[in-house]
Design a protein around this ligand. Structure first.
Ligand SMILES: Cc1cc2nc3c(=O)[nH]c(=O)nc-3n(C[C@H](O)[C@H](O)[C@H](O)COP(=O)(O)O)c2cc1C
Length: 206
């Protein structure tokens, strides 16, 4: 089976663009590995007034208006998922959690089982909860029967760009600038998640 048969969805939430950028890099990596990809956002839940009060948030919303919103059909379509989500008080942003909470029907019908999954995150502080966020997201994946394909230290780029084996993570300053160069790690994560999904799919067809 060619890796081109692997379908990978990168599903993100972002207020100010960081996780959108991480997601684009992960797509780049998955494509390099030969996967068919979709880049999808989860629905925004915040009130219009809160978004409009934050120019960076408003600008990001406007800039990504055309990014398709994820549907349950996309989760059925994909063999693999990469989730990217900002850290909020050491946990995933509620927009992503709310999306997860719409997936009961798919889960009940076994449609989320055996998907290959990894996650990424960002936060404003170096130790602001990036890993806790990724691990909390992985808790839900265990319930789905997903196969977590964490990056570990499977490539030297992980040591060079922050060294997070749980999933790519980055720290952003108040202006939204990334303080570490995690592009190589996010690309590697995209490649690895797609590659493991290829192994998995081949094995299941075997
Ligand atoms: C309500 C709220 C809670 C946050 N909690 C944390 C936190 O626990 N630790 C941290 O370092 N940063 C925290 N942040 C900062 C965000 O993680 C940061 O803005 C985000 O990673 C940027 O990602 P984005 O550009 O994709 O929206 C918080 C931000 C908000 C608005």
């Amino acid at each position: 089976m060619a890796l081109s048969d692997v379908k990978l969805a990168v599903i993100y939430y972002s207020s100010t663009g960081t996780n959108y950028q991480l997601s684009q890099w992960a797509v780049e990596g998955a494509k390099q590995a030969g996967a068919e990809t979709k880049l999808l956002k989860v629905p925004e839940l915040a009130p219009e007034a809160a978004i409009n009060a934050n120019p960076a948030w408003k600008a990001h919303m406007d800039a990504t208006r055309d990014v398709p919103t994820v549907s349950t059909g996309d989760l059925e379509w994909a063999d693999a998922y990469i989730f990217s989500v900002p850290t909020r008080f050491g946990n995933m942003a509620s927009q992503m959690k709310q999306f997860f909470d719409t997936l009961g029907g798919l889960w009940f019908n076994g449609k989320l089982a055996n998907k290959v999954v990894s996650a990424m995150s960002s936060a404003s502080n170096y130790h602001g909860g990036q890993e806790a966020t990724i691990l909390s997201l992985y808790t839900s994946i265990h319930h789905w029967g997903g196969i977590i394909a964490a990056p570990g230290y499977t490539d030297p780029v992980i040591f060079a760009s922050g060294g997070n084996p749980y999933g790519t993570s980055v720290t952003v300053d108040q202006s939204g600038k990334m303080l570490e160069d995690v592009r190589p790690a996010a690309i590697h994560q995209g490649k690895r998640t797609a590659t493991v999904a290829g192994w998995m799919k081949k094995g299941m067809q075997g």
